[in-house]
Design a protein around this ligand. Structure first.
Ligand code: AMP
Ligand code: ZN
Length: 385
């Protein structure tokens, strides 16, 4: 099987000297740009980073064409600003997200990156967005930890998966969602509970923060109201190990019809906090339950390194439930919440790892809105130096 094209890199390949990296992320609704100075073997130093998020609060969701226009408008001045602010005229390596994501959004950043590569005569790397999330902790240890092989729980607005990474280019999805992502479910439920803003999962966590257990005497929330933990009883067979989050919004609506005739909006803050807390516990219990099933079925070495990344990974309740409920042999890696949501640092670092492994991307490559992690290099758009 042909792993990658044998075309030689048209621009000067990786050398041991230090170099500047320009990274661009535009897969969804955040336009993010990073500048990194890489001293090989010594450090990757973030020089600058900025993110301009599209305000989706009025639209109630992301409208792909609006997001594409947002990137086309915001990206060029943002790159210009970061270069000027750091007295740089160009970079030595350009990295853009290639996929997965919304095609129009990806195209805005990917084509811009290819154009800069051509203009500056510097190599280009088209980065897999989820690989970016899962490699983020390695940036903070200069590529040392976690070492391959390791597991990653990627929990974001578009994905929920447990991935086993054997090397930089070999990844296997062990658990995937059958329907929507956990972030999407949180956002939909949070909207029903009255949250407004861009990151509704984050707003819900903030809203519920400090909510103690035990109902107040005048609460309208029945003490025995529970949210589902899907696929709970089917865990003996490996084929039934999956995530599923579509049922939570339906369960919340069922609870509204059954118990709250005035609607969720009529409930006190206290009661809406209680519902938000129980929802989060149920969603995250589903995640830990399914991971525990995989840990029983698959043979892993000890300790098992597990990266938790993606926007939802900034949730403190999820972090503590993973720490408390997964077996001791699991060593968890969390990054600072700032770097859990979409950002360009993760794209730059992943580009650096690929580039230093000898891989760059051909300029006739196109974005991939669907791009399975297991097909990272199985096509002809890579250049090996
Ligand atoms: P991403 O797709 O990785 O950019 O992450 C965005 C998703 O993460 C959205 O669904 C957010 O609502 C969700 N999110 C961000 N912060 C939190 C948080 N603290 N708790 C739960 N969900 C969050
Ligand atoms: Zn993401």
């Amino acid at each position: 099987m042909k792993l990658w094209s044998a075309v030689l890199c048209p621009f000067k390949p990786y050398s041991a000297r230090s170099y500047h990296v320009l990274a661009i992320e535009t897969s969804c609704d955040d336009t993010a740009v990073a500048l990194i100075e890489r001293v090989p073997g010594i450090s990757p130093g973030l020089i600058d980073h900025e993110k301009v998020s599209l305000d989706n609060s009025r639209a109630g969701g992301i409208i792909p064409t609006d997001a594409q226009v947002h990137h086309m408008r915001e990206l060029p001045p943002l790159v210009d600003k970061l270069l000027n602010r750091n007295s740089l005229e160009s970079a030595d390596l350009i990295c853009s997200t290639r996929g997965p994501g919304m095609f129009g959004c990806l195209s805005a950043g990917f084509n811009f990156g290819k154009g800069l590569s051509l203009a500056w005569k510097k190599p280009f790397v088209g980065v897999h967005h989820m690989l970016g999330h899962l490699l983020t902790p390695r940036y903070f240890t200069n590529g040392e930890n976690p070492q391959f092989p390791f597991l990653s729980l990627l929990v974001s607005g578009g994905h929920t998966m447990l991935v086993q990474s054997r090397s930089l280019t070999e990844h296997q999805v062990l658990i995937d969602t059958l329907d929507i992502a956990v972030g999407d479910a949180l956002d939909k439920c949070a909207r029903e509970l009255g949250m407004r803003g861009n990151m509704l999962g984050f707003e819900l966590e903030k809203f519920c923060h400090g909510q103690n257990s035990g109902l107040s005497p005048d609460s309208k929330v029945p003490a025995d109201l529970e949210f589902p933990i899907p696929l709970h009883n089917s865990g003996k067979q490996y084929s039934n190990i999956a995530f599923s989050f579509a049922c939570y919004l339906a369960a919340l609506k069922r609870a509204e019809t059954a118990h709250f005739p005035g609607g969720l909006a009529s409930l006190s803050d206290y009661d809406r906090q209680e519902l938000g807390k129980r929802l989060q516990i149920a969603l995250f219990a589903h995640i830990t339950t399914q991971i525990k099933k995989v840990l029983k079925v698959e043979k892993f070495g000890r300790p098992i390194h597990l990266v938790c990344s993606g926007g939802v990974a900034s949730n403190q309740l999820l972090r503590s439930m993973l720490s408390e409920q997964l077996p001791d042999k699991v060593e968890l890696y969390f990054v600072d919440p700032k770097w859990c949501t979409d950002n360009a640092l993760m794209i730059g670092w992943t580009g650096i790892e690929l580039y230093e492994a000898g891989l760059t991307t051909r300029l006739d490559s196109i974005p991939r809105s669907r791009w399975p992690l297991s097909e990272l290099v199985e096509e002809g758009y890579w250049i090996m130096s």
